[in-house]
Structures are given as structure tokens and as C-alpha cells.
Design a protein around this ligand. Structure first.
Ligand code: ADP
Ligand code: MG
Length: 724
């Protein structure tokens, strides 16, 4: 079948699609976490002493002793085998945005040649996947490529089912044999510990005596597109790059906003329910789903959880989203910008910190004392975003997210903090010394009662801010849809730890000097706001005015591309931040820079090659076919003495020539290999390769508007976006 015939066939077939039949599952209460080896399961399966030990480990991250590990492993094996598992796998989170697994059987043979099952504590605790091909910066020479995985008992094991089998999955860290972090989980655990330590100190200075371990929490809203598999399969760019490298804008896009929160198409609804049932069985609290702004775009948000568990769950959600979509005849696109000119997809990372004794410290409290704590933690975030804005920009940098940031649909590439009118006023008053001091029950109220009745109306939110306070948490809205949430969480926890340390160092003398908590806190926050208040911005983050003033008046950085953003990981202040807090040593951080830079370069080069390939082998032939029809028809008509009053043939010929010329320039740009540094190579990708790709595309898209529809080889935007 020729390319264009398969496109038309795809449309025909899709029009006849029905939602696939899915077995109805049991009630929520019966399926919830049924495939998770969680504390509830363990309490039932373990002795009292073993359970007590594992519970402590799960809640505080304290190491597990070998004897308990053996008991837990044995119980876990029994449970997993009872669920049909024959294999187990440590699942880990390398520096890419995906997960990795190595599966091993429970089976061993005994001396009689019979098969028995075995799973010891040491197998549970430590795996050896080798994994010499995982990106590691220069951390491991391949000849010393041994990497270890180790169970992270703070994230429960679970069962993954396929149609004819099941595997016990064990969430794990991944490190080099010399102990360096090779993954995204280790820094997340370390950053949480650093934040805990710094927060404990502030809380104790504030007179809190009963302070339990603090944890960061995360609730990530995930946007995604669904495209029918038939279309996706006939688009090499979607298959290999996850986005369309060509495609003229459709006559109707998202202008009408008629998709947003509209009725969910039947096939999609069936997919969502199937998907969410799987999440429930895995103990993932899927909470909200709806249509998003663009046609074909949707969102899912689970209820928030401890950051470490939420990060593991988020990865699992992305994996299951793709596999379940496939089952329902869709390709799930997690790319940040699958369709040019149509809204892209982000992941809003909602983040807060708290514990069981003081509660959520980013939630304004109900007493003046609680509000002082809230203001200190909130101030710490403000300082963090101001000092480490470029770091926050670096951890969300990727070739794909570059398409979204800075476009007027997504938060700008300038990191500022939105507090909302009321809270912004409190901080401004503190900065300017305009605090109204009222005595409430012997304590100074500081005019803070206004934040007790905090507006939580989402309509009040500023959607143009990359980093917004939303009532009881911050929402980092510039994160890309395909990214792991770990990087952003690590950056946020670490900057918070650093700011809380700074606060402690100021608060201690201030408390002595003032002899009054409220006055001391206000004095510290006044200094903080004087130095860092410039990062607070409540206006329109999309406006040209802000783009200018942020830089000239506020001294903030506008960092449009990954090539400009990643070098922040090499800045002294960032290297020292991670070293001081014990989250990443300089070698580990440097390896991250190298891995992310390499990924950036690779993904642009792969796309560039695809652009060349598709232009030459699909679009060029279609244009020539059409030209031959036009010219032979023209010649035939001329014989009859009729002239076609139409210049299409000329336009098509010119655009074809220009496209092929741009293809040649792009091909020759790709042969350049002599770069002085990684930075230089990244800049070349951003400033030379990307524009050439866009140039090829512009001619190809112009051709799409002229070439006969039945000859066009690639499914078009309106088909992919609107046919469900
Ligand atoms: P919206 O789209 O209005 O931002 P959603 O309800 O879609 O809101 O998503 C909000 C996300 O924030 C959810 O995942 C929710 O569980 C999470 N969340 C709520 N409170 C907190 C908190 N204290 N810490 C972290 N995440 C939170
Ligand atoms: Mg949100």
C-alpha cells in the first residue's frame, strides 16, 4: 500500500473503531492496593518484631538489619508467588526519564535436580544489574561498570501483571560500586534528609520540642495527548521522536476552547477507567481526570503522597499510561510539544513539606505562632527560588521542554514566585516595616489573621507563573510532561534546606536580641525580603513588559534554551549548594551535567536526521507526484488551447526546491563534530541545527497546504487531533 493510501485507510478504519471491551473490576475498596506489599500486608504477614523494624525503616529510612531483611524477603516471596509471580525485579531510576528493570527468577535447583524457590534478604536488599550502558556521565568506566541496585524500603514493592504472568517489582536505588549515585532516587532521598535536618533546627529554635521527621510531599498533575495508533504508526516522527516534525496548522485548532473540560470521548473514557483501575490496584491514588485545552489532550492528577513514593508512582503512571493506551488503540504522547501551534503538555509539581507533629509547614495555621512558622518556611522558598532560579531552570531543561517554556501557553523561562495578593502584601509589609501589630491573647498577631482565611479559590491563581503558591503548597508549573519529578523535587528540597539553614543562622541571634519570637521572625524576614523580594511577581508572566523588566529591573534571568540552562549545574554556587547539603558531591553533579547535555544533543540530532529522512523520502516524492499531475494536465490543456490560470505548480516547485536546499544545509550542519566543549556543542544544536529544522519544516508545511490531499503521505493535524 502506498504511503498516502495507508493514511486514507487509517482514517477509514478509525471511523469504525469501538471502545474495547474491558472487564468490569470490583469495588474500589476491594481492589485498592491489592498488588502492593505495603505496611498493611506486612503487618499481616510478619512477626510483631519484624513488622516493628520494617515499619520504622519505612517511615524514617533507617537501615534494615540483615535478620529482618531475611524475614521480610521470605514473606514477600510467599506473597508474590501467591499472586502468580515467578520473577522479581529491582526497578530503578537512571538519569534518563525512564525506569530500568532486570528480572530474575525465584527459582533455583537443589542437589536432587529439583526446582525450589529462593529469595533471601540479601537478594532483596542488593541486586547487581551491571547496566554498563546506562548514562553515567564519566562516573564509571565501562570496564568497571558494576552498578548496584538496593531496595528502598520507604517505597513499597508491588506486582506488575501481564496477560500471562506477574513479576514482583522492588523499588531501588542505583549506585556505582564506589557508592556514587547513578540515579534519580538517591539524590531525592538525600535532599529530603537535608531538608529534614535544616527544618528541625528552625522548628527547635522556634521553641518546638516535639518534632517528628519531616518529609516533602508531591502531587503531580500530568498532561498528555492521545492519538489513534493508526495515525501514529504512519508518522515516523511520532514513533521515533514523540512529536510531529512536520504538519500544517489545522483550520480549526483550540481557538474555541471547546475541548477544555468538555465531555470525554467514549473511547478515551474507557481507556481512563481501565488505566485508573490498574493504578488503584497498585495503590496509586488517581483522583482527577479531565480534557485539557488542546483537542486530543487530557490530564490526570493523583492525590499527593510522600515525595519519594510519589516520584516512583509518577514513573509507574507514565509507563502504564503508555501501555494501557496502546491496548485501547491509542498512542499516548508525553512529549512537551507534540503539535506545533497547539498547546503543549506540562507536569505541575505540587510540593509541600511537613510532618506529623507540626503538620504542613506551607499551610497558614490557625494561631499566630503557626503563622510565624508558615511565614518562615514560605520565606525560605522565596529566598531559594531567587538564589537558585537558574538551577530550577536547569532541572526542567530538555530539548522537548524548550518548545514549551517561553511560548505563551506555558510558564515563562524566567523563574519568579507568585504568592497571591494577600500573602504578597504580608511579605511586602514585612519588607517595608509596615506590620500592624495587634495583641491577640498576649501574642503579637502581626496582622496575620488575614492569611488565616486564605483564599483557596483556584480561579484566583495566576496561571502565568512558573512557581506559584496555591494555598498550602507551591506549584512548580514549568516542569515538562515527560520529565521525572525527581529532579525538580531534589532542587526544591535542597534550596529549601539551604534557606532554612540561613534562617537558623539569622534567627538564633535575632531571638536573643529581640527576646520575642514575632519580632525576631519579622527582622529575619525583613532582611530576607530586602535581598530576595525581587523574585516575587504577581503580574502577567506572559507579557513582553515582564520579559523586559524581569531582567532589567529585577535582575532575574531569562533562560530560553537548555543550552543556556544546563551550565548552571556547573556554577560554583550550585556545586557548593549540593556539596554543603550532602545531596550530590561535585563528581556526581558533574556527571549529571554531562548526561543531560548528551541527551539534549542526541535528541536534537535524532530529530534532525528524521527531518531529513521524512523530507526526502515522503514529502519530496509527494510534491513531485503532484507536480507531474499539474504539469501534464497543463500540457494537455495547452494542446487544447486552454491555459490554467493558476500558479500552484510554480509555488509547489519553488517550495520543493527551497525545502531540498534547506535539507542539504541541515545535512551538512550535522557533519560538524569538532566542538571545543559540550557547551559549544549544545549552543550549535540550539542556534544552528534547530533553526535549519524549522526552515525545512516551513517549506514542507507550505507544500502540505498545496499538494492534493489524496497524495499527502502523513496524517494531518486535523485528523490526528480530532478523530477519536
Ligand atoms: P489544579 O489543577 O487546580 O492545580 P488539581 O486538583 O488538578 O488542581 O491538582 C492539585 C494537586 O496538588 C493534586 O495532586 C493534589 O493532591 C496536590 N496537593 C494538594 N495539597 C498538596 C500538598 N499539601 N502538598 C503537595 N501536593 C498537594
Ligand atoms: Mg495545578
Amino acid at each position: 500500500m502506498s504511503a498516502n493510501a495507508s493514511r486514507l485507510h487509517a482514517i477509514q478504519q478509525i471511523s469504525q473503531r469501538q471502545p474495547i471491551a474491558v472487564e468490569k473490576t470490583d469495588f474500589l475498596g476491594n481492589i485498592w492496593a491489592q498488588d502492593v506489599f505495603n505496611l498493611k500486608t506486612m503487618e499481616w504477614a510478619l512477626s510483631k518484631t519484624a513488622f516493628k523494624a520494617i515499619k520504622k525503616t519505612a517511615q524514617t529510612g533507617e537501615p534494615l538489619d540483615a535478620a529482618t531483611a531475611d524475614v521480610v524477603a521470605a514473606a514477600m516471596k510467599e506473597w508474590a508467588i501467591g499472586k502468580g509471580a515467578k520473577f522479581f525485579s529491582h526497578i530503578f531510576y537512571p538519569m534518563t526519564n525512564i525506569t530500568a528493570e532486570k528480572h530474575d527468577g525465584f527459582i533455583i535447583t537443589n542437589s536432587d535436580g529439583g526446582a525450589i524457590t529462593d529469595f533471601s534478604g540479601s537478594l532483596l536488599i542488593k541486586g547487581e544489574p551491571d547496566g554498563s550502558s546506562f548514562p553515567n556521565g564519566s562516573l564509571r568506566m565501562t570496564n568497571a561498570a558494576r552498578g548496584y541496585t538496593a531496595w528502598d524500603p520507604t517505597s513499597p514493592a508491588y506486582i506488575m501483571h501481564t496477560d500471562n504472568g506477574a513479576t514482583l517489582m522492588i523499588p531501588s536505588v542505583f549506585m556505582s560500586w564506589t557508592g556514587e549515585a547513578l540515579d534519580k532516587k538517591i539524590p531525592l532521598l538525600r535532599s529530603n534528609a537535608a531538608m529534614d535536618k535544616a527544618a528541625q533546627k528552625v522548628l527547635r529554635l522556634m521553641g518546638e520540642t516535639d518534632v517528628s521527621t519531616l518529609n516533602s510531599s508531591c502531587g503531580a498533575e500530568q498532561e498528555y495527548f492521545l492519538v489513534d495508533t493508526n495515525f501514529a504508526n504512519s508518522r515516523p516522527d511520532l514513533l521515533l521522536a514523540g512529536r510531529t516534525l512536520f504538519g500544517a496548522p489545522p483550520a480549526k485548532g483550540q481557538e474555541f476552547d471547546d475541548h477544555y473540560f468538555g465531555a470525554i470521548p467514549a473511547r478515551v473514557q474507557v481507556f481512563m477507567q481501565d488505566y485508573e483501575d490498574q493504578l488503584y490496584k497498585l495503590g496509586i491514588p488517581a483522583k482527577t481526570h479531565h480534557n485539557e485545552v488542546a483537542p486530543g489532550q487530557f490530564e490526570i492528577a493523583p492525590y499527593f503522597e510522600a515525595a519519594n513514593v510519589a516520584a516512583d508512582h509518577q514513573q509507574l503512571m507514565m509507563t502504564l499510561m503508555k501501555s494501557t493506551a496502546k491496548k485501547h488503540g491509542f498512542m499516548c504522547l508525553l512529549h512537551e510539544k507534540p503539535f506545533a501551534g497547539i498547546n503543549g503538555s506540562g507536569k505541575h509539581v505540587n510540593w509541600s513539606v511537613g510532618n506529623s507533629t507540626q503538620g504542613n509547614l506551607l499551610d497558614p495555621g490557625s494561631t499566630p505562632h503557626e503563622n510565624l512558622l508558615f511565614l518562615l518556611f514560605c520565606g525560605a522558598v522565596i529566598r531559594g527560588v531567587h538564589l537558585y532560579g537558574p538551577l530550577l531552570r536547569a532541572v526542567i531543561a530538555s530539548a522537548s521542554n524548550d518548545h514549551r517554556l517561553g511560548a505563551n501557553e506555558a510558564p515563562p523561562a524566567i523563574l519568579s514566585v507568585y504568592l497571591g495578593d494577600q500573602l504578597e502584601k504580608v511579605f511586602t509589609d514585612i519588607k517595608e516595616g509596615n506590620i500592624t501589630q495587634t495583641i491577640v491573647g498576649g501574642e503579637m498577631d502581626l496582622g496575620l489573621s488575614q492569611i488565616l482565611n486564605f483564599e483557596r479559590d483556584p480561579g484566583d491563581r495566576n496561571r502565568t507563573s512558573p512557581f506559584a503558591f496555591t494555598g498550602n503548597r507551591f506549584e512548580f508549573r514549568a516542569v515538562g510532561s515527560s520529565q521525572s519529578v525527581s529532579g525538580p523535587l531534589v532542587a526544591m528540597n535542597t534550596m529549601l534546606a539551604d534557606s532554612l539553614d540561613w534562617i537558623s543562622s539569622k534567627l538564633e541571634p535575632a531571638l536573643e536580641a529581640h527576646g520575642n519570637q514575632a519580632e525576631a521572625v519579622v527582622a529575619v524576614l525583613k532582611e530576607l525580603m530586602t535581598e530576595h523580594g525581587n523574585v516575587v511577581f504577581g503580574g502577567d508572566g506572559y507579557s513582553a513588559d515582564w520579559h523586559e523588566k524581569a531582567v532589567t529591573e529585577r535582575g532575574l534571568k531569562n533562560i530560553p534554551t537548555t543550552a543556556d540552562a544546563l551550565p548552571a549545574l556547573r556554577e560554583d554556587s550550585v556545586v557548593q549548594l549540593f556539596e554543603r547539603t550532602g545531596v550530590l558531591n561535585p563528581v556526581e553533579l558533574e556527571s549529571r551535567f554531562e548526561v543531560y547535555a548528551e541527551q539534549y544533543v542526541l535528541s536534537i540530532e535524532v530529530e534532525a536526521k528524521l527531518v531529513i529522512d521524512i523530507a526526502k523520502t515522503s514529502i519530496y516524492p509527494a510534491a513531485l507526484d503532484y507536480l507531474s499531475i499539474l504539469t501534464s494536465t497543463g500540457a494537455g490543456l495547452a494542446e487544447m488551447g486552454v491555459k490554467l490560470e493558476n500558479s500552484t505548480a510554480k509555488t509547489v516547485a519553488n517550495n520543493t526546491n527551497s525545502m531540498m536546499k534547506a535539507v542539504e544545509s541541515l545535512s551538512s550542519a550535522l557533519t560538524k563534530h569538532d566542538f571545543g566543549s559540550t557547551e559549544e556543542h549544545m549552543q550549535f544544536c540550539a542556534n544552528d541545527i534547530r533553526p535549519l529544522m524549522d526552515e525545512v519544516r516551513s517549506y514542507a508545511d507550505a507544500l502540505e497546504a498545496d499538494v492534493a490531499d489524496e497524495l499527502w503521505p502523513l496524517p494531518k493535524y486535523q485528523e490526528m487531533l480530532f478523530i477519536k
